[in-house]
Design a binder for this molecule. Structure first.
Ligand code: NAD
Ligand code: LMR
Length: 333
């Protein structure tokens, strides 16, 4: 008899929320780590939402997923992150109509301070962290600085939804399937200052910039991707949920299992100083992944326009970082 593979423990915060409702059933089905890896889910919520979380856990049980070994629920991060190999920090207060992302810094700071400390204390040695809850880059920065014993590179934030949105817009424009698009890049913050960059993107191997007008790129593509989150909030009356869940799956799957040869993805990761982004700032870069590690794609040489847009988004991240340091949620190196 072949031995059953070792299960992976996946902690998810905000387990009773909208994104989690799209996320948990896909994790349980094997979409996150493949069809051979059993998973143990640890779901975290605030006390007021634990009853709803019990309902989600009942539904997970009712799925009779062959790969789902167990579901534990808790409102205590020191229990919820215990032994976690993967931590998906989804729980936060979502932005609603009329609210700026900067309004969320003060509301979310204490959550990510506490969760960073708990991950530091009780997660598995190989923990990989993805922050989805907004403002995602800066929340990840807070968690990272509150987890001094976990390598900083394990703290990432989600710009994969922006990356996927950029692929979708280009695919629609050129009439190609999304699968034909490669080397899309999103730089900077998961906010309206992000820079979706077509310079190296290809459609079935052909440079995208040769297939679209430059006016479409500046007047349509870039603002549509930058504003897509707001457009969804206006249309749905709530922030994107199923597409965000799908992007979270993509982010972790590629980080854990690798990116396809010749392609890359966008992840917000602590800067190593690449592309002039201050070291330690969690900013979106093009990355390749192999053997459970990511590497920032080197040598892309952004042109003057791209440089200015990357600098503007990075300046916003610096402001957010300084604000949370002033508020006492994060420490300067
Ligand atoms: P939601 O309000 O439906 O769910 C959030 C859940 O988090 C709630 O059930 C809430 O009780 C829980 N929660 C709050 N504080 C918590 C804590 N300290 N511990 C555990 N759980 C806690 O929101 P949602 O639609 O699921 O969105 C979640 C977050 O994701 C929001 O911040 C949203 O802005 C963000 N988001 C990010 C992206 C991205 O691309 N990075 C995309 C979409 C949404
Ligand atoms: C999104 O990109 O859809 C969300 O991050 C929007 C938001 O502010 O919640």
């Amino acid at each position: 008899m072949t031995a059953r593979p070792v299960p992976v423990t996946v902690a998810v915060t905000g387990g009773a929320g909208q994104i989690a409702y799209g996320l948990l059933f896909r994790i349980a089905s094997g979409a996150l780590l493949g069809p051979d890896t059993p998973v143990r889910l640890r779901l975290l919520e605030i006390p007021a939402a634990v009853a709803a979380l019990e309902g989600v856990a009942m539904e997970l049980e009712d799925g009779a997923f062959p790969l789902l070994e167990s579901v534990d629920i808790s409102d205590d991060p020191w229990l919820g992150f215990s032994g976690a190999n993967i931590a998906l920090l989804v729980g936060a207060r979502p932005r609603t109509s009329g609210m700026e992302r900067s309004d969320l810094l003060a509301a979310n700071g204490p959550i990510f301070t506490e969760q960073g400390a708990a991950i530091n204390a009780v997660a598995a040695d190989d923990v990989k962290v993805l922050v989805v809850g907004n403002p995602a880059n800066t929340n990840a920065f807070i968690a990272m600085t509150n987890a001094p014993d976990v390598p900083a590179a394990r703290f990432t934030a989600m710009t994969r939804l922006d990356h996927n949105r950029a692929i979708a817009q280009l695919a629609k424009k050129v009439g190609a399937p999304a699968a034909d698009i490669s080397r899309m890049t999103v730089w900077g913050n998961h906010s309206a200052t992000q820079y979706p960059d077509l310079a190296h993107a290809a459609v079935a191997g052909k440079p995208a910039v040769e297939l679209v007008e430059s006016s479409w790129v500046t007047e349509d593509f870039v603002p549509t991707v930058q504003q897509r989150g707001t457009a969804i909030i206006q249309a749905r009356g709530a922030s994107s949920a199923a597409s965000a869940a799908s992007a979270a799956i993509d982010h972790i799957r590629d980080w854990a299992l690798g990116t396809p040869q010749g392609d890359w993805v966008s992840m917000a990761v602590p800067s190593d100083g690449s592309y002039g982004v201050p070291e330690g700032l969690i900013s979106s870069f093009p990355v390749t992944c192999a053997n459970g590690e990511y590497t920032i794609v080197p040598g892309l040489d952004p042109d003057d326009n791209a440089r200015a847009r990357i600098d503007a988004s990075v300046a916003e991240l610096v402001q957010e970082r300084d604000a949370v340091i002033d508020l006492g949620f994060a420490k300067r190196d």
